[in-house]
Design a protein around this ligand. Sequence first.
Ligand SMILES: Nc1ncnc2c1ncn2[C@@H]1O[C@H](COP(=O)(O)OP(=O)(O)OP(=O)(O)O)[C@@H](O)[C@H]1O
Ligand code: SF4
Ligand SMILES: [Mg+2]
Length: 329
Amino acid sequence: MNGAEDTLLDVADLSVRFPMARKSLFGERSYLHAVRGVSFVVRRGRTLGLVGESGSGKTTTAMAAIRLVEASGGAVRFEGQDLLALDGEAMRLARRHVQVIFQDPYSSLNPRERVGAIVREPLDLMGIGASSAEREERVRELFALVGLRPDQMALFPHQFSGGQRQRVSIARALATNPKLVVCDEPVSALDVAIQAQILNLLRRLQDEMGLSYLFISHDLGVVQFICDDVAVMYLGEIVELADRASLFSQPRHPYTAALIEAAPSLARRKSAGYRRGGMVKGDPPSPMSVPKGCAFASRCPRVADRCLEEKPELRPMGATLAACHFPLG
Ligand SMILES: Nc1ncnc2c1ncn2[C@@H]1O[C@H](COP(=O)(O)OP(=O)(O)OP(=O)(O)O)[C@@H](O)[C@H]1O
Ligand code: SF4
Ligand SMILES: [Mg+2]
């Protein structure tokens, strides 16, 4: 099944630009183009990965797709509903179906609240559960679901390890029984062994609850473990979109190939003395002045004259979409 009924979130031609301060009173307003014409689909019960180096627009894309950042163009459909057109009250109701898990649970969890209350808060805000006792019971269930003990409900965030704190934020995100969870680098701050535990937990929860994930990571090993489909972002655009197997076995875009080349293998990252992996050489252009041709041209080993003149559009190559004039065979 891969038709409309299989689609939970449909993002079309999404753009986000941030206005920059004017240099003078009558000067022209300039913009930072964080997301430029991005389209993708998140399927029901599946995981779409967004990968790319720092500043490529992963977080802004995800946040604009769920209206936590204002889009400057494009359309978003959630279960067929035009999300960007919903009024305040309708959007408040839709929020229940869409939750976020952040990289650093320490800064996203209120340090002065007990974690039981933190997990319970969305239930109170959304008026979920018939009574206070019912909500309390739901919090217990959520704790069990993420592998925490009920007596831990009375503790504060700082009394947990990083992995356990991430379990708390997962419990909180799942409190309203969402359909889509945006996971923004959820394991990047954790030790490798703990990363595996949290990723396994996310996979199990997906199976049990039929969750869809929009999963942001700069770590290809993590992406390979958890994602069904992968979108590679560069300077605010998707340059390659493919199912996991195609992407890793036959990358088409030179940037994807370079990312894979630079990524430490899963075997190496488990070995003693592993240090966080290499990145592609060089820096991307500024999102304040996007080049007219291919944005990757300044770093691409295959660059030719045409690349500097003509912007490559995403086009199909087998099961893959790639935006390159001279894709890899
Ligand atoms: N509120 C904002 N105002 C102005 N510029 C912003 C804002 N948020 C993000 N940006 C810029 O937009 C671009 C994309 O940023 P974004 O945080 O989406 O990238 P990212 O891929 O998530 O990076 P990272 O891996 O570091 O989290 C960057 O150039 C960033 O500086
Ligand atoms: S269009 Fe040209 S510069 Fe851009 S990725 Fe392809 S070969 Fe490289
Ligand atoms: Mg980010």
